[in-house]
Design a protein around this ligand. Sequence first.
Ligand SMILES: [Fe+2]
Ligand SMILES: [Fe+2]
Length: 215
Amino acid sequence: MTPLEIQKNREIFLDYCRKYIQRDGLEKLLTYIESTDFFTAPSSTKFHLNTPGGLCKHCINVFETAMQINEHILLPRQQREESIFPQPLSTESIAIVALFHDVCKCNIYKEVDRWRKNDAGKWETYKGYEVNDEFPFGHGEKSCHMVNYYLRLKRDELLAIRWHMGMFDVGESGSANRFSFYSAMEITPLVVLMQMADMASSHWFEQTFSPGGDI
Ligand SMILES: [Fe+2]
Ligand SMILES: [Fe+2]
């Protein structure tokens, strides 16, 4: 991603936050975010948007996708009284969970030199990332903790951020984790909305860059 694209995404992200979130503590949370590498970090080491600026772009994608799924799939069904969950979701809650679900990834990706053989069979270095997490508290759990330090999260928002990884984060069958995961999905449609938006964004819209290609 170019510096200009990174700058543009930063503005889009901040605009979405200030337009859709009115809760006390937002500005403090944004000040914290600005003090991290959130706007320049990749979204992953090897997979979706593993390029500078990928993390912010991913959060924008998840928010826009969640809003579209809500507007075009969930809300119309709720209005026709065809949903198990009659109460429409608040846009503020969708914005909070989508825009901040991955803040746990701030300051954990370190740029490293890696080695590979080029087409001529010669060894060469390329820039890659590795994870160095100084607070390995769990993925969704860590984001909940970080966001809740600044913004007072509601129960449904905590559940949606905690379980946004869906089945990738539930442990073996019969585990207490799995029971909590299924229970959370029965409490609020926000949990499944976040899982869908995160998965759709990562796999439908977000490119994986070849090693060294764009980093
Ligand atoms: Fe995540
Ligand atoms: Fe994500």
